[in-house]
Design a protein around this ligand. Structure first.
Ligand code: FES
Ligand SMILES: [Fe+2]
Length: 428
């Protein structure tokens, strides 16, 4: 349970809010690289942390992320012409480069200094892997580029999708931290989904519906260990890393690709869910890649031409009560991503956490909220750089493993939780 002030603090990420400032310390996934596929391609509207921006790729292939609205009289630059090294407002022809600098002001006399003095808000936008990352904070504190493994492995080993989710980022993130729901909500998917099925771990998952949670702080966030019974002498552990503020990674199953999410605030009532799937040491097979593109695993299908899920709240997520009765799905909603999204959106745009009744299995969520709050306060009051900014904190992996009962999961997983190039994930 959270007091209203704390809930507000954690859920509000606009400019000037403590959590908004916290988010602005990190590189954030802003777009998929596929959204700006070529030099001088159409610009894309981007709303991030409640700021309305325009992303474009100029004639020289440089990426720009600038204020959506023209400095002249405020027209949206989404209507602009992207040509000859800049984005030109379609209204009266003001032109901006990727740094937001006005480079032409046609309505002014030739020697006007006004043009040089006009600069739109602009943020660096860079490609790492299949994602374009934005840094929206103080330029003097810009951190090194992200080093999450999914973005660094060769492109043949990784796939990222994104979807719009119609709720606050925090309740979406909390679904990524809480792995106790898997044995319920996703139970049918463990048996049937091509990107999940066939692992020994699934059997443990299904046999023990009451995992015990142990949460350990990492440099950049948490390792949330879910312990289930394996046999008389062993436990089956699933280790979910959370890297502050909004990166989670699902523990692997057999040799399937490993996946996880970034939960990126669009504004306080919407978020982007960037979903990655990669294998540390081998190419994704054509079958796996096709399954991801078809919306299996943690991906989803779309309303054509958009990043809105095909199953969404306007069509009740295509709820199928008969499939539920037949045991094909647990909730009646098809697909792991939309099973999560449907329930998280059902809580309302920003869930009222003063009314919740947390249980033991929510230990990871409780700890994550405490750490977010503490980091936001330390940043505000002491200017302290939060955990997770340092790329060393990002070089981590999720793990699934069977350990002797007497062994602590952090001891048993010491090597497995680190990125080791050329070494596969530790998985059961
Ligand atoms: S509003 Fe953009 S040039 Fe006039
Ligand atoms: Fe889930």
């Amino acid at each position: 349970m959270l007091k209203k002030e704390v809930n507000d603090l954690l859920t509000q990420t606009g400019p000037g809010t403590p959590m908004g400032e916290l988010f602005r310390q990190y590189w954030m996934p802003a777009l998929l690289a596929e959204e700006l596929p070529a030099d001088d391609c159409p610009p894309v509207r981007v709303k991030l942390l409640s700021e309305r921006l325009i992303a474009f790729r100029d004639s020289a292939g440089r990426y720009g992320l600038i204020d959506e609205f023209c400095a002249h009289r405020g027209a949206s630059l989404w209507f602009g012409r992207n040509e000859e090294g800049g984005l030109r407002c379609a209204y009266h022809g003001c032109k901006y480069d990727v740094t937001g600098q006005c480079i032409e002001l046609p309505a002014e006399p030739d020697n006007s200094s006004l043009c040089r003095r006009i600069k739109l808000t602009a943020y660096p936008l860079v490609r790492v892997g299949d994602v374009l990352w934005a840094y929206m904070g103080d330029p003097a504190k810009q951190p090194p580029l992200p080093e999450f493994e999914f973005a660094l492995v060769p492109s043949t080993q990784t796939y990222t999708s994104k979807r719009w989710q119609e709720c606050n980022w925090l309740q979406a993130l909390e679904g990524g931290i809480d792995s106790s729901h898997v044995s319920w909500l996703h139970s049918a998917g463990l048996r049937s989904d091509p990107l999940f099925k066939g692992s020994k771990g699934n059997e443990y998952n299904m046999k023990d519906l009451k995992p015990f949670f142990e949460v350990v702080e990492s440099g950049g966030g948490l390792f949330v260990g879910a312990r289930r019974n394996a046999d008389e002498d062993h436990y089956y552990w699933r280790i979910t890393p959370w890297v502050m503020p909004n990166f989670t990674m699902v523990p692997p199953r057999a040799d399937h690709p490993v996946h996880g999410h970034f939960w990126v605030p669009i504004d306080d009532e919407n978020c982007w869910v960037f979903t990655y799937d990669y294998h540390p040491v081998r190419d994704l097979t054509p079958t796996e890649l096709q399954a991801m593109k078809d919306g299996h695993g943690v991906h989803n299908q779309y309303v054509p031409g958009t990043y809105r899920p095909l199953q969404n709240k306007d069509n009740d997520y295509m709820m199928d009560r008969d499939a539920q009765k037949r045991g094909e799905t647990y909730s009646g909603v098809r697909g792991i991503a939309m099973q999560d999204a449907s329930l998280q959106e059902s809580m309302g745009p920003i869930v009222d956490r003063s009314r919740e009744r947390l249980v033991a299995a929510d230990a990871g969520i409780v700890k994550a909220r405490q750490m977010l709050r503490k980091a936001a306060m330390a940043l505000r009051d002491e200017g302290k750089t939060p955990p997770g900014v340092d790329p060393a904190h990002q070089r981590i992996r999720s793990v699934s493993i069977v350990l002797p009962k007497e062994e602590s999961f952090m001891e048993g997983c010491r090597d497995a939780i680190a990125v080791r190039p050329g070494v596969p994930q530790t998985s059961v």
